[in-house]
Design a protein around this ligand. Structure first.
Ligand code: UDP
Ligand code: MG
Length: 312
């Protein structure tokens, strides 16, 4: 008898009532392929505190197909928390993370699975275009990835999606990172393992709207920076040293000028500029410190990453 293996499909959903069933229909098109490979499916919808009828839609699917599972959060904890919960609750030998809005095409799954069979520990996807996205958003995204490449040792790919198929071993490695401030794109890189990258053109979401606005993305990018780099802290010290050196040179300059020309006062506008500039830099550096302190504060509280209201 052949040993069946299990593939868990983890789908975070937040106010996605229109997409739950559509996603299922698309996904299930791969069933023939997976059955031929002796792979069973389980679909794990993580309802991230939706305010619409997402949970009911999942329950309705579950009546039809017992392989559909539901985990409902007590409130909205964010996609990162939903992905963590999904990985934790998944039972599969392989786990794949997917968006419910069909921006992660289920049609790629057979190809991804075949690469896993070749011996890769994970198969990840990245968008090579950002078609259909506001240009400002694309621009800042690109700036962010370029910056991260400079200031972080962890590899974070430009355009990488969370759409990724992993072996149980890699999933367990990710679960062992129990940090509260989660930046999964960095965590994937941090844990290592061999990764095969697949590329595809951006697909626009079928129904509903993106949950990300500019402000949320900005906060998320700061999350990514503080979680995977301490270079900004070093920047604060470097600025301190630089300003001390400049101040010292100016002291020497003023003393020499006094000795030669004998003119002690004059030049308060320049003084005001210097004071404003230095205090500005000081506030900026205190702000950087504050960011790291805030993250540390949240981490030491050891709050749970998510809370479950219902599980089926
Ligand atoms: N999502 C979630 N919790 C949130 C926000 C989003 O579980 O607080 C889910 C959402 O339902 C979707 C996925 O995360 O399945 C990606 O969200 P979205 O499509 O809004 O992001 P984008 O594709 O625009 O980056
Ligand atoms: Mg989307």
């Amino acid at each position: 008898m052949v040993k069946m293996s299990l593939l868990s499909v983890v789908v975070p959903c937040y106010n996605e009532e229109e997409n739950v069933a559509l996603f299922y229909e698309e996904l299930i098109k791969n069933e023939v392929f997976f059955r031929s490979k002796d792979v069973e499916l389980e679909v794990l919808y993580i309802d991230d505190g939706s305010k619409d009828r997402t949970a009911e839609r999942v329950k309705k699917l579950r009546e039809r197909d017992g392989r559909v599972r539901l985990v409902s959060f007590s409130r909205n904890f964010g996609k990162e928390a939903a992905m963590y919960a999904g990985l934790e609750k998944s039972k599969g030998d392989y786990v794949v993370l997917m968006d419910v809005d069909l921006q992660d095409p289920p049609a790629l799954l057979p190809e991804m699975y075949s690469h896993i069979q070749e011996g890769y520990d994970s198969v990840a996807t990245r968008r090579v275009s950002r078609k259909g996205e506001p240009p400002i958003r694309s621009f800042f995204a690109r700036v962010f990835y370029r910056l991260m490449k400079k200031i972080s040792k962890t590899e974070i790919m430009d355009g990488a999606r969370d759409y990724r198929l992993m072996t149980r071993q890699m999933v367990d490695a990710i679960l062992s990172m129990q940090e509260y401030n989660r930046f999964t794109k960095g965590i994937f890189g941090w844990v290592g393992f061999s990764t095969k990258w697949l590329e595809y053109e951006n697909v626009e979401r079928i129904k509903g709207e993106t949950k990300w606005n500019f402000w949320k993305l900005l906060v998320y990018s700061i999350e990514g920076i503080t979680a995977f780099s301490t270079v900004p802290l070093m920047f604060a010290s470097l600025m301190g040293v630089l300003f001390c050196v400049v101040a010292f040179l100016m002291i020497v300059f003023i003393i020499v000028r006094k000795l030669i020309f004998g003119d002690p006062v004059s030049g308060w506008p320049s003084l005001v500029c210097i004071i404003l500039m230095t205090s500005g830099v000081q506030f900026f550096c205190t702000g950087i410190l504050g960011q790291y302190l805030a993250k540390t504060y949240m981490e030491v509280k050891r709050r749970p990453i998510y809370l479950i209201k219902e599980e089926l």
